[in-house]
Design a protein around this ligand. Structure first.
Ligand SMILES: O=P(O)(O)OC[C@H]1O[C@](O)(CO)[C@@H](O)[C@@H]1O
Ligand SMILES: O=C[C@H](O)[C@H](O)COP(=O)(O)O
Length: 927
């Protein structure tokens, strides 16, 4: 007869500390039951990681889940774990039935991520219990501080519980107390207690591993108690267990337990866990031989089981030599081996080890999902210099150990500054399409078909996302074409006006706050132009805003609410992006479906290294703190508009407190020697689109960091919105700022408002005296600057230092010709001064990159470009025209930049002069 079966006859149940699909399928467990009298199975996250995290044995099972866009890796893993546990439960069911519930259990552990939460643990145990749905399941709950009350409640609620991670006698006593209290609660409620099973898993080898380590260190250092110390090697854990059992025997004899036993209660057996020897110097059956006694369990890894079957010895060892056990513990104490400290530390250590295993497993499942999704998930490759590669890797490991993915989705503000960040995370769930009402979108899509044009009036987060959607996806058949007006430039307004007929145009007024000046002026302007046709207007705004009131009063066709828990720049997957998208006939349902693989791949259950958003965030965040803070956006032609959206997200989120990322968009690609050490290139490319591959390869070859994101189809652009939102939030955590506020934007608004108010009073703006002028332009700068136009321009660019950047802030119409002239100036400055260059059209950039220019890294030198609007446009009900407001915005912003110590030179292009082309030539000459 098997020695293992002899253990059973000695009163000790033999359990297997192992689960594996192949083993179960081949009938391995059934054989152990039949031949060795095995009566139970335990699992833990490490065991499942070994089973599922390697090889392909579970691929078939994973495949049924992972192919779906919205499968979570946690659910996928769990489905397979549960299948194995159910299979083991079925194999053990005859034992359970034969022993009338006294044994025959299989254990499944609650998530180690929950070990600090009582409520969460209770809920998780209930959930697993329902999911496995087998009477011979034991849910494993750690005996941590938070676990003990959970155990009490779960027992009271009638669940079978295996308490895990017990190392010390006091911790075990607390658990035994919780078990009795739970049973007593049932008795009090008149509920049965005779079918509730529990074991207390007392860990063995991990204690010796720690104590022995301390012993060896002291012996090595020549401790004068070396012999006494050596004598304790491999003894302390067993002595500790023996005394725990002695306490168990007393407890069982107590009147309190006897009263429960009289009502049919089953004792909570001590289960010896961690019984595989870790030190090869020890006999491999040590932690079985020495711990044999009635009403106990030993759960053994397969190797230990094989060894015991071969040469284990069965004797009532647990109650033998108790005095010796006491002596061992007394000696340990005398020698200062600090058993209490060791066992206390082993609890969080055990939780961490299981969490590490769970991370490894979830990471492996996520990897399989990525492979299965193929090009349904946008890919990311990073060619990075060594130092950045290492920093990113290290960051991902810290992020994993600190649970960043989970904490982000749990809305834990301590990831950032511990301020009000949790109030701004509505974009996470919005990415699943939860913020928008599909019926409203469908109605808007239907109604919009009667219009030929749609004009979106909004700034920053309210306009840049819709512009990307319109540019990259375009309008559906029979749906209007979208024009975005995010300006006060009279020329630009006139250009759009010339392209539309207000009678055939739907106007979408988008403003979260509902109080932003530009959309308010534009609304007033076009409302008049439309003949005050409210039914041609839709408002998208946060509930209760001023815009909502106006829209209702003016009978707008729809007032679609935003989510106040989403900031403007994170709002594209909410109503702010989806209403315009629906209006131009984009199938928003299909859009969210195409976006879902990224949303789920960036989930809280996907550890950082396998999480595409966190991976990117680690790269851009580490790059920024290492001085590579000019994130240079390079897109294939069809993705061009995306850069404008991304600029706002990065700049407004991270550029504050003198830190952050300065995005560089639409700067023509140069030769490697044009660039300094402050760049991180991000290349977004759409399959089939053409790229400047030669220049990009040259950059990579020159050691510049290049991240490449490949997008298989235009409708997968939604994935990049979400990936970059996650990445930005993560980069914010690395940089150490609140990525959801924009503290420096307000100041320019206040300065502008002052100027406009003064104009409303006086009918003119304060006169200014130019510092210098040519026939083409006049130059303005803060007091103290002198010289002629050429020397002022020369000094402006000469002041740029490595790591600084040149800004071109143009308060002119945003058209191809002006953009091209600015691009030439940028390339020239970049090539001659080796600094990054940025450009923005005002006032559009004020609601986007303006935050970083004022609040982000210093070192920017800004050339602000204005011109007299010709012709100007009046705003209904106001003295100040659009042109006046635009000039006031330019002046207000320049003043604030200067007040922040930024170098600012304002160039006012004269009417009848050579315009921006003349400025371009003057700038090139000045370099
Ligand atoms: O949607 P709103 O409230 O009009 O704001 C527009 C934009 O202005 C800003 O508040 C900056 O001024 C951005 O954050 C925002 O996206
Ligand atoms: O319930 C079983 C325990 O999880 C297992 O025995 C732990 O063993 P280890 O210390 O070898 O990981």
């Amino acid at each position: 007869m098997s020695r293992l079966a002899d253990l059973g006859r000695a009163g000790q149940a033999v359990w297997l500390d192992f689960v594996d699909r192949g083993f179960l399928h081949e009938g391995g467990l059934k054989t152990l039951v039949a031949e060795d009298g095995l009566t139970g199975v335990t699992s833990n996250p490490s065991i499942f990681e070994k089973a599922m995290g390697h090889g392909d044995a579970y691929d078939e099972g994973f495949g049924t889940f992972l192919g779906k866009a919205d499968a979570s890796v946690q659910d996928t893993y769990e489905s397979q774990a549960i299948a194995d546990i159910k299979a083991a439960a079925a194999d053990l069911r005859p034992v359970y039935d034969r022993l009338d519930g006294r044994d025959g259990y299989v254990s499944l552990e609650v998530s180690p991520y929950l070990a600090d939460g009582t409520e969460e643990t209770v809920e998780e145990a209930q959930r697993l219990w329902a999911a496995v749905d087998e009477p011979n399941l034991m849910v494993k709950v750690p005996g941590t501080k938070a676990g003990v009350p959970a155990i009490r409640q779960l027992i009271a609620d009638g669940f079978n519980i295996n308490v895990t991670l017990l190392f010390s006698i006091p911790a075990y006593q607390a658990v035994a107390e919780a078990y009795m209290a739970g049973l007593e609660a049932r008795v009090e409620r008149g509920e049965p207690i005779d079918r509730i099973a529990s074991v207390a898993s007392f860990f063995i080898s991990r204690i010796d591993a720690q104590i022995d380590k301390a012993i060896d260190a002291r012996v090595k250092s020549g401790d004068n108690e070396a012999d006494a110390l050596k004598a304790l090697r491999g003894k302390v854990a067993i002595a500790n267990a023996k005394l725990a059992y002695a306490w168990y025997q007393q407890m069982i004899a107590s009147p309190r337990w006897q009263a429960l036993a009289a009502k049919g209660a089953m004792p909570q057996r001590l289960l010896w866990a961690s019984t595989g020897t870790k030190d090869p110097a020890y006999p491999d059956t040590l932690y079985v031989d020495q711990l044999i006694g009635p009403d106990t369990v030993n759960t053994m890894p397969p190797k230990t089981m094989v060894a015991f079957r071969d040469h284990g010895s069965v004797a009532q060892s647990l109650t033998a030599d108790l005095d010796e056990a006491r002596h061992v513990l007394a000696e340990a104490e005398r020698l200062g081996l600090d058993l209490a400290g060791v066992t206390e530390a082993l609890v969080p250590d055990g939780v961490r080890l299981f969490a590490d295993a769970a991370d490894a497993l979830l990471g492996a499942v996520a990897g399989k999902r990525e492979a299965l999704l193929g090009d349904r998930l946008n890919s990311l490759e990073a060619a990075l210099p060594d130092a950045l590669q290492q920093a990113g890797k290290k960051r991902l490991e810290t992020a994993r150990a600190e649970g960043w993915a989970r904490r982000l989705w749990r809305e834990d503000a301590s990831l950032w500054t511990g301020g009000d960040e949790a109030r701004w995370l509505g974009w996470l769930s919005a990415a699943r399409g939860n913020q928008v009402d599909p019926a409203v979108l469908a109605q808007i899509a239907r109604e919009a078909k009667r219009f030929r044009h749609a004009v979106l009036l909004g700034m920053g987060g309210s306009s840049l996302g819709p512009e990307v959607l319109a540019e990259i996806l375009g309008s559906g058949e029979g749906s209007p074409v979208l024009h975005v007006l995010d300006t006060t430039d009279p020329g630009q307004i006139a250009t759009v006006e010339a392209q539309i007929d207000p009678a055939e145009t739907l106007f979408i007024v988008s403003s979260k706050s509902g109080s932003t000046m530009e959309p308010e002026l534009l609304r007033a302007y076009f409302f008049d132009k439309s003949g005050r046709r409210g039914d041609h207007f839709i408002a998208v705004t946060d509930p209760g805003s001023g815009l909502e009131k106006t829209a209702r009063a003016d009978g707008f066709a729809h007032v679609v609410p935003g989510d106040p828990a989403i900031g403007g720049r994170y709002s594209v997957l909410s109503a702010f992006g989806m209403v315009p998208a629906a209006a131009i006939g984009i199938d928003t349902h299909a859009f969210f479906e195409a976006t879902a693989p990224m949303v789920f791949s960036c989930g809280g259950d996907v550890p950082p290294a396998a999480n595409p958003g966190i991976r990117l965030g680690a790269i851009i965040g580490e790059a920024a703190v290492a001085g590579r803070d000019k994130l240079t956006i390079v897109t294939s032609p069809k993705l061009r508009a995306f850069g404008g959206w991304l600029e706002q997200l990065l700049a407004e989120s991270t550029g504050k407190e003198g830190r952050g990322i300065v995005p560089v968009d639409l700067e023509p690609l140069g030769q490697p020697d044009s660039y300094g050490e402050d760049r991180l290139f991000v290349h977004l490319t759409l399959a089939g689109d053409s790229d400047d591959d030669a220049r990009l390869s040259a950059l990579r070859a020159a050691g510049q960091p290049v991240v490449t994101i490949r997008i298989a189809r235009p409708d997968l652009i939604g994935q990049e919105f979400f990936r970059w939102e996650i990445a930005t939030a993560v980069a914010g955590a690395i940089i150490g700022i609140d990525p959801f506020d924009q503290p420096d934007v307000e100041e320019a608004k206040v300065a502008t408002r002052k100027l406009v108010d003064a104009y409303e009073q006086a009918g003119k703006l304060d006169p200014e005296t130019p510092l210098a002028e040519t026939s083409d332009f006049a130059l303005f700068a803060p007091a103290g600057t002198t010289g002629d136009a050429a020397s002022l321009l020369r000094a402006h660019f000469a002041a740029l230092e490595a790591g600084g950047y040149a800004g071109f802030l143009a308060y002119v119409e945003r058209n191809e010709a002006d953009a091209a002239a600015i691009a030439v100036m940028r390339a020239a400055v970049r090539d001659r001064r080796h600094v990054a260059t940025v450009a923005g059209f005002g006032p559009r950039f004020l609601h986007s990159t303006g935050q970083a220019y004022k609040g982000g890294p210093s070192g920017g030198a800004f050339l602000t470009i204005t011109r007299d609007p010709e012709p100007d446009l009046a705003v209904p009900g106001r003295k100040a025209s659009f042109g006046t407001v635009q000039v006031a915005q330019a002046r207000g912003d320049s003043d604030v930049l200067a007040a922040r110590g930024r170098r600012v030179l304002r160039v006012h292009l004269k009417a009848g002069g050579g315009g921006i082309a003349a400025l371009r030539d003057a700038v090139i000459a000045a370099l």
